[in-house]
Write a protein that binds this ligand. Sequence first.
Ligand SMILES: C[S@@+](CC[C@H](N)C(=O)[O-])C[C@H]1O[C@@H](n2cnc3c(N)ncnc32)[C@H](O)[C@@H]1O
Length: 200
Amino acid sequence: MTFGQRFVRFATDVVVRSPLLWRLFRGSVRGQFDRLAPMWDARRDPTAFAPVRAALERLDASPARVLDLGTGTGSVARILAERFPEAEIVGVDIAPRMLGEARAKTNASNVRYELADAQRLAFDDGAFELVTLGNMIPFFDELARVLAPGGHVVFAWSAGAETPIYVPPERLRAELGRRGFAEFAELAAGRGTAFVARKR
Ligand SMILES: C[S@@+](CC[C@H](N)C(=O)[O-])C[C@H]1O[C@@H](n2cnc3c(N)ncnc32)[C@H](O)[C@@H]1O
């Protein structure tokens, strides 16, 4: 891993254990992804989104409202738009240049992007039936708050445990279990993995 990748792995490990420490990392993480924005998509493996596609195939209902946290250049948001053409999809990110790329690359009329921090979102409680995180640091309290009862959360890691931003499934089960999630599923696709859970 590069220094930058090791740094985001370290930030992920710390923030999953102590979310309040995110304020120490926010500026550096945003700066790192703003710098990467112009070349982000060119560096991706063509199978990078196989895990998120496989996870979406597992969902038994079509959500009306979907939130993609850490949307970056919008790849997951565009997959969601294709999979759920009737849904309203919101992609959020802290890095303005990543969002600039996302807006330039997205034609779908049911997708919009917002500059926001996943640690504290301006959405109402239960505003979404599906929350997705592609290679993104999770803030469990906030994602659980904005997800409607019965809704799903999908975590996808493009290179499984080798993804720089990664949380192991046992940790996801523990964090989500104590916030009222159940029906956990783990899957593998391409070089990566995904994890699906349902909020009771
Ligand atoms: C590894 S990239 C993944 C981007 C995209 N989901 C993908 O898989 O191509 C992580 C993204 O999450 C964003 N991010 C990190 N922490 C965030 C936070 N607290 N709130 C919103 N976005 C965040 C970064 O700016 C970056 O665009």
